[in-house]
Design a protein around this ligand. Structure first.
Ligand code: PLP
Length: 438
């Protein structure tokens, strides 16, 4: 702080905006971030100087220090929640291969052009071929914006003005007020509910079928489990009813995952006789947000040719990231899911040791990770966390990088399952800064 006389003096000596903006660092920043962002940082620094909180000759330095890292406001977060697919944190983190593909596709790219012939080519054919190759049981595949769009397209193209037969136990809310029955009704298809909340039998379905039936829909309850006196009809038993069977498996597993035995997958569901499977790309598949449609050629073609398909068309960035997810190395989602407990414990102990040396009250403890809203409800993955005083939670969330943990029983838990080992040093530094020991 400056005293009153100095402050008045400082006000007069605050450098002019155009002079500050000529600073080479700010000129370069304007090219990266846009002039208005840089100017806002300069104006804020000038204000500080006018209030006497900053020496006038430090205005350019303060403006440079206050610049955001990127032009978009979304910030990177270290996911220490232990929730593998955290909807509020953007579900699946992309692999380095997918990020590289995004960068390449960000410019002009041959998304819809055959460079050999110079003629127009199938849009995103690499991603389509990769998806078809990953699930040989599918005769054809199509990709739309997200799982909800996949269901919307299937309902519109195959059942508008007709009935969709569905169990009362599968009329689910996915989250944030998004209810499947509302989505289906919005397409003009009528819902024909069968069975009860806890029990639905093959006969319930059979009795509801008729000339009005568009298809039978089976929905995986991906965020809750019903226990007790329950029964549901497996896809295989619904396949022989003489009407198309659409199965919304939710999670995007393409093949069985031994770690999650109750989670349905596309290959098994198609082999059981489903006409069409719909799924999300950014759940257990570990890719970008996308809606995957796999199944019989005639059904997929009907969707692809429907006018609504164009409104649900995916971006070149999604296609690039999806292809790299399917053909590239294991995704961060797969790595988090399969993280070895002993390895997590070693990392947590090392991190806690280093933090204690830096004067932070840190210990390690057991933790329970979950897959999250993206699938496998009720499955607990044993994990390890560094336990910290809960007062650090807010400072960690607002630090750089932001760190989001879980406050439980009066402690802040940083569960390492979803933290990339390469981020352990950044996590350590973030905690030290948050604790005020920097
Ligand atoms: C997540 C989910 C959806 C919605 O998928 P989005 O990709 O989020 O649009 C639909 N059905 C089920 C069963 C789901 O789990």
């Amino acid at each position: 702080m400056l005293d009153a006389v100095e402050a008045g003096d400082a006000r007069r000596r605050v450098p002019r905006t155009d002079l500050v903006l000529a600073d080479a660092r700010l000129v370069a920043a304007a090219e990266r971030l846009g002039r208005s962002t840089v100017k806002a940082a300069v104006v804020a620094a000038q204000e500080q100087a006018r209030r006497g909180e900053l020496a006038p000759d430090l205005v350019p330095d303060a403006a440079v220090a206050a610049l955001p890292d990127g032009a978009a406001s979304m910030r990177p977060v270290i996911n220490a929640t232990g929730v593998v697919l955290h909807t509020n944190l953007g579900r699946a983190a992309l692999s380095a291969a997918a990020v590289g593909a995004l960068r390449t596709a960000a410019g002009h790219t041959d998304v819809e052009l055959d460079l050999a012939t110079g003629l127009r080519a199938g849009r995103g054919r690499g991603a389509i071929a990769a998806l078809a190759g990953a699930v040989p049981a599918a005769e054809a595949v199509h990709v739309v914006n997200n799982g909800a769009a996949a269901l919307l397209l299937a309902a519109t193209a195959l059942a508008a003005g007709r009935e969709i037969v569905v169990s009362r136990g599968e009329l689910v809310e996915i989250g944030d007020g998004f209810r499947l029955p509302d989505l289906i009704r919005s397409t003009g298809a009528r819902l024909r509910e069968v069975g009860t909340t806890n029990r639905t039998t093959p006969r319930d379905y059979a009795e509801a079928l008729g000339p009005e039936t568009g298809f039978v829909l089976k929905v995986h309850p991906s965020n809750f489990v019903v226990q007790g006196f329950t029964s549901a009809v497996p896809a295989g038993a619904l396949a022989g009813l003489g009407v198309p069977l659409v199965v919304d498996i939710g999670s995007g597993l393409l093949a069985p995952e031994p770690l999650l035995p109750d989670e349905p997958d596309a290959a098994t569901t198609l082999a059981a006789g489903a006409t069409l499977v719909t799924a999300s790309g950014d759940k257990l598949l570990g890719g970008p947000q996308a809606g995957l449609l796999l199944g019989r050629r005639d059904a997929v073609e009907a969707l692809r040719r429907h006018p609504l398909a164009r409104a649900l068309r995916v971006d070149k960035l999604t296609l690039a990231a999806l292809e790299a997810t399917l053909t590239g190395p294991p995704t961060p989602t797969a790595l988090a899911l399969h993280a070895n407990l002993a390895g997590l414990r070693d990392r947590a102990e090392l991190l806690a040791d280093r933090l204690r040396e830096a004067g932070v009250a840190a210990v390690t403890g057991e933790s329970a990770s979950v897959v999250g809203g993206g699938g496998a409800p009720g499955v607990v993955l044993p994990s390890v966390a560094v336990r910290l005083p809960p007062q650090l939670a807010a400072a960690l969330r607002t630090g750089t990088p932001a760190v989001v943990g879980r406050v439980e029983h009066g402690a802040l838990l940083l569960d390492l399952r979803c933290v990339r080992p390469a981020d352990d040093d950044a996590l350590y530094a973030a905690v030290v800064v948050a604790a005020g020991f920097a």
